[in-house]
Ligand binder design. Structure first.
Ligand code: F6R
Length: 606
């Protein structure tokens, strides 16, 4: 999704802006642009497509401005082309914007009526004309305040000014924005990834804040123009983790990294000597919680669904799950003894953040499970459990999904034990089983060549289905999501037992169907459903676990057997082949695996 970079320095900034935009490529985007100030002029270059193409269009020897802004755009208003790419500029200002200006149509009407001419179809361009107009009669700070007061919607902005050639103005409402501090230069970035290659010292703007960034000095203000002091934070992880190593794609690397990321996460939460789970500083008494609501979007929502099955299996807590974009607009019944858990890799997803904000405003107990610990969701929830899987660069979430499930499982195990709903023996047995998970995932990765050889069937078919019951159901949904978002072929995840209520109509000769059926308590029922689709001509890829027991079904097209573990841990293992299947299907089609179309790493619009 859109990303912002701004740099004010004592040396030319265009190369550093391009390098930072590259760090933002993981977010998913369709055009890019940059503007710098030199010799009293705004010099703007934009292009459709990748940052690489933008770079080719820039003559860095002549683009010598020491103040500049850059942007990668994910289209919301207006098609993805060069004209709609950011920055948008007048003779006196240049603006980059993340988010949506909801009253842009009205603002545009007024501005057009007083003579302003618009070039693009974007909502962002109203900001350019509005600030240009306000600057005719007001000083800089008054103009910013008046402009911000007129804008409705959510945004992060970076603006440069011809008549103030030493500064960048940043503003935030809804969409995140950070300031970074460097030697003789300072920065603005839509997230810490953008700034990490330049500094590890940053401050975050809060909702409604704006800032004036100069090379040796930064001032912060609230929405009334009152000066603010901001904490300077030190960023946690470092640059090395961002490389692809020997891999062709981040996604392949991130899938293969999972045994290590699981090991790292277990190390953070499990006391190896005592076989106990450490969750420090949990801010509530365990008996003050009688129900749980889990909220997320996309893949993160699937990990919430997984958690529902585990909670019901291991405790007597009531549990609800919700898609954040639904939760935020529903009339919710808030309950003091309910724990609201927000799951998000990026920690910046607009819908998940809005759902958290509603719970905070209602003074609910809020906890988050995130990968990016400096993120808005982590900062604004009462309690944070990081997934410790390192940066996830591939836009399609893989290792973060496993990390989210892992932390949820660990938390549920601890809570169930503290509530005395599982006894010490079972608690220790489950912890021991968890510690074996990295090795089992490692072995399951060896199923790769089989998956690779059959992936073509999924790309050639007009669609496919993923079926599962119980612990396997959310993995079926995740398998279908991964396949469609990466290979652009239709795929649907379904509870295996629901097929007879309509979707069996889709099954015809040769349709590939993935059946997730480890030998758990749902196994026999799922195998019956599998027979129903085989009888109608489906080509079934059965994903089960190794066993001497025969499978009572004929005509299974292909079979993948994962390692053996306890029933509630099979989801971790059966996830591996469905991730690989999506990867190889996209590879066969020659698509941009790490940046699939229309998907963003950090979905900062609603
Ligand atoms: C799918 C995917 C998305 C994200 C969703 C939520 O591969 O990556 O469905 O899971 O946009 O993102 P986070 O977890 O950052 O809140």
């Amino acid at each position: 999704m859109c990303g912002i970079v701004g740099i004010t320095s004592n040396k030319p900034v265009s190369v550093s802006i391009i390098n930072s935009l590259r760090k933002l490529e993981y977010r998913g985007y369709d055009s890019a642009g940059i503007a710098t100030l030199s010799n009293g002029f705004i010099n703007e270059v934009k292009s459709e497509g990748r940052v690489e193409k933008l770079e080719k269009n820039i003559d860095t020897k002549n683009m010598i401005g020491s103040v500049g802004i850059g942007h990668v755009r994910w289209a919301t208003h207006g098609v993805p082309n060069k004209i709609n790419a950011h920055p948008h500029s007048s003779e006196s200002v240049s603006v980059v914007h993340n988010g949506i200006i909801e009253n842009s149509t009205n603002l545009k009407k007024n501005l057009v009526s007083i003579g302003h001419k618009f070039k693009s179809q974007t909502d962002t361009e109203v900001i350019v004309h509005l600030i240009t107009e306000l600057l005719k009669k007001n000083d800089l700070k008054e103009s910013i305040l008046k402009m911000l007061n007129q804008l409705e919607g959510s945004f992060a902005l970076a603006i440069i000014f011809k008549d103030h050639p030493d500064l960048i103005v940043g503003a935030r409402r809804g969409s995140p924005l950070a300031v970074g501090y460097g030697p003789n230069e300072n920065y603005l970035g839509s997230d810490s990834y953008a700034l990490k290659s330049m500094t590890n010292k940053i401050s975050y703007l809060d909702d409604g804040d704006f800032c004036i960034v100069k090379k040796n000095h930064v001032e912060f203000f609230d929405n009334n123009g009152i000066k603010l002091n901001k904490k300077v934070l030190k960023l946690s992880s470092n640059e090395e983790n961002y490389g692809k190593g020997d891999y062709k794609h981040y996604m392949a690397k991130e899938i293969d990294e999972q045994p290590i990321t699981i090991k790292n996460c277990i190390k953070e939460y499990i006391d190896n000597i005592n076989n106990d789970i450490n969750i420090y500083n949990f801010p509530w008494k365990i008996n003050d919680i009688s129900s749980v609501t889990l909220i997320g979007c996309g893949t993160a929502y699937h990990s919430c669904l997984m958690a529902k099955y585990w909670i019901e299996e291991l405790s007597s807590l009531d549990v609800n799950i919700d898609i954040a974009s639904e939760f935020r607009y529903r009339k919710n019944r808030f309950k003091k003894d309910n724990l609201y858990i927000f799951v998000s890799q990026s920690g910046e997803t607009a819908d998940t953040y809005a759902a958290l904000d509603i719970c905070n405003k209602n003074k609910m107990k809020t906890a988050s499970i995130v990968n990016v610990i400096e993120s808005s969701i982590a900062r604004d929830s009462n309690f944070v459990l990081p997934i410790h899987c390192g940066p996830e660069v591939g836009v399609a979430s893989t290792k973060a999904f496993i990390g989210q499930m892992l932390v949820l499982y660990i938390l549920i195990l601890k809570i169930s034990y503290l509530r005395k709903e599982i006894d010490k023996n079972l608690y220790i047995k489950k912890i021991k089983a968890l510690k074996e998970l990295p090795e089992l995932v490692e072995k399951t990765l060896l199923t790769e060549s089989k998956i690779q050889s059959i992936s073509g069937t999924f790309t050639e078919a007009k669609g496919s289905m993923f079926l599962g019951r119980g612990f396997s159901y959310s993995i079926a949904l995740e398998g279908a999501l991964k396949l469609k978002e990466l290979s652009y072929v239709h795929a649907e995840g379904y509870p295996a037992g629901e097929m007879k209520h309509g979707p069996l109509a889709l099954i015809e000769d040769g349709i590939p169907v993935v059946v997730l059926a480890p030998r758990d308590e749902y196994y026999k029922k799922t195998i019956s459903n599998m027979q129903e689709v085989i009888a109608r001509g489906a080509k079934v890829l059965l994903i089960t676990n190794k066993s001497k027991e025969e499978i009572f079904s004929e005509n299974i097209w292909e079979k993948i057997e994962v390692e053996n573990t306890s029933n509630d841990l099979f989801p971790f293992l059966i996830t591996i082949p469905i991730q690989k299947l999506a990867y190889y299907a996209a590879l066969k089609k020659g698509y941009d695996i790490d940046k699939p179309r229309n998907l963003a790493k950090s979905v900062t619009v609603e």
